[in-house]
Write a protein that binds this ligand. Structure first.
Ligand code: NDP
Length: 458
């Protein structure tokens, strides 16, 4: 039973990964829970991010499989992608997933209130024409793609939201912010699907913040696929042309043409319009709600999880934060999320996956660091003839022998890295890696067969 004077024990705003995880776990512990959602149930991950993106990555991967098949003796006719059919299949799958999310909420006895929620006071929310009160409020409204505010012609650009819904495959796609997660992922999808892709990066390479070798290897592979990857290039203006295409004026006065211009320059926490500031909920300059290690905001009974806090913007982190909150509030088990060694993957072509420290970070934090690298032609590429290399790297603290980081560019990297993340989180040493028997023949075995560190000037 909720405490007297409150309609609910927990009221969550936002039915995405974090909000649903927290609400369901709280409901399973007997709390009376409601969740408000202004749009469809499922949030960015299910509806506008991870899931539709990965479906398109799968679709794109067939282009390479068809091309590679000949080397293995297959005679395949001229493959043709029916984009409209793919989009329809993807929509059907998302609708199915949304229904599953709704059912899961019902099964956990969480009441779904559909409408835009706004806080009236620290315990009351106005939503769908009614006022609802709760002992605890959880903000889990996620984020939204950012666009520059004052760039001439920016209204002609789209974001990842629309890129996942394009009715037609663009002949020419230009991606601004092309070096980020979304940029490299969408470049891979559309390049494989048959678009001419141009990536415009304002920095000097893809994936800022990732290990340098990973960045260089991925950039090589992106270029090898025929993508026009341009670094240190900005956009001055965008103009719509009579034939419906776009003329994109670059900052060195070159104009390039595109049928679709995708901006992927980061995402902004969706904290506006919730009525937070008048209540004293502290919001950072970038819009992220400020929380402590238990996801509590500056107002004692109001919490926030996931991308709206702008900390680690990854679905599994939002889910972990949501569940930890339910443990803390409704299961007498104060829980914090362990943020060390969070693995991450980028579903570029080829994919990238990483856990722990980059070499540069390790050298900043530790005096003696060894790195072990291997770059090889994956077995599939021998018969297919594809010009492809897989790269793996381990970063090791020499005195303790502890593995501080693992990095990979190549097929199956995300699948491999999940397992390595467990080992590294458990404190595995290089000796543990060396004495682990490999799985042969696999790319993963390279991680346990690298014998000598790469010579580096120290
Ligand atoms: P990212 O932060 O990953 O990348 C944005 C890129 O845009 C950076 O390279 C940045 O460069 C550049 N940039 C920023 N502002 C401008 C500007 N004004 N003009 C030109 N370039 C600019 O953002 P994304 O939008 O790709 O993704 C958002 C977040 O979503 C990711 O950070 C990640 O947390 C999450 N995500 C995770 C995925 C996964 O787990 N596989 C997939 C997709 C998204 P600079 O470094 O110079 O600022």
């Amino acid at each position: 039973m909720p405490e007297p004077n409150f309609d609910f024990d927990l009221l969550t705003i936002g039915a995405g990964s974090g909000g649903v995880a927290a609400s369901r776990r709280a409901g399973e512990y007997g709390a009376k829970v409601a969740i408000c959602e202004a749009s469809r149930v499922g949030g960015t991950c299910v509806l506008r991010g991870c899931v539709p993106k990965k479906l398109l990555v799968y679709a794109a991967s067939y282009a390479e499989h068809f091309a590679d098949a000949a080397g293995f003796g297959w005679e395949v006719g001229e493959p043709r992608l029916d984009w409209a059919k793919l989009m329809h299949a993807k929509q059907t799958e998302l609708a199915r997933l949304e229904q599953i999310y709704r059912r899961l909420l019902r099964d956990s006895k969480v009441e779904l209130i559909e409408g835009h929620a706004r806080l009236i006071d620290a315990h009351t929310v106005e939503v769908a024409g009614r006022r609802v009160s709760a002992k605890y409020i959880l903000i889990a409204t996620g984020g939204w793609p950012e666009l520059p505010s004052n760039l001439p012609g920016i209204e002609h650009a789209i974001t990842s939201n629309e890129a996942l819904e394009l009715a037609e495959l663009p002949r020419r796609l230009t991606i601004v912010g092309g070096g980020g997660y979304i940029g490299v992922e969408f470049a891979g999808i559309f390049n494989a699907a048959g678009s001419q892709v141009t990536m415009l990066l304002r920095g000097d390479n893809v994936l800022p913040g990732f290990d340098l070798e990973v960045r260089e290897r991925l950039a090589d592979q992106i270029r090898a696929r025929g993508i026009d990857l341009r670094t240190e290039t900005g956009v001055r203006s965008i103009e719509n042309q009579v034939d419906g295409s776009l003329s994109v004026m670059l900052d060195h006065n070159e104009a390039i043409e595109a049928d679709v211009l995708l901006y992927a320059i980061g995402r902004r926490p969706a904290s506006a319009g919730l009525g937070l500031e008048p209540l004293g909920v502290h919001v950072g300059r970038d819009g992220g709600i400020v929380v402590d290690e238990r996801n509590r905001t500056s107002v004692a009974n109001i919490y926030a999880v996931g991308d709206v806090t702008d900390q680690v913007n990854l679905t599994p982190v939002a889910i972990a934060e949501g569940r930890a909150l339910a443990e803390t509030l409704f299961h007498h088990r104060p829980t914090t999320v362990d943020r060390r060694f969070i693995p991450t993957a980028v579903f570029s072509r080829p994919p990238v996956a990483t856990v722990g420290l980059t070499e540069a970070q390790a050298r900043e934090q530790h005096e003696t660091v060894d790195v072990y690298c291997s770059s090889f032609r994956p077995m599939r590429a021998t018969l297919s003839g594809r010009d492809e290399r897989t790269s793996v790297k381990l970063v090791v603290e020499r005195t303790t022998d502890r593995v501080l980081g693992a990095h990979m560019v190549g097929e199956d990297a995300p699948e491999i890295m999940q397992g390595l993340a467990i080992a590294i989180r458990c404190g595995a040493t290089k000796h543990d890696f060396d004495t682990t028997i490999g799985i042969h023949p696999s790319a993963a075995e390279e991680f346990v067969t690298m014998r000598f560190p790469v010579p580096r000037d120290e």
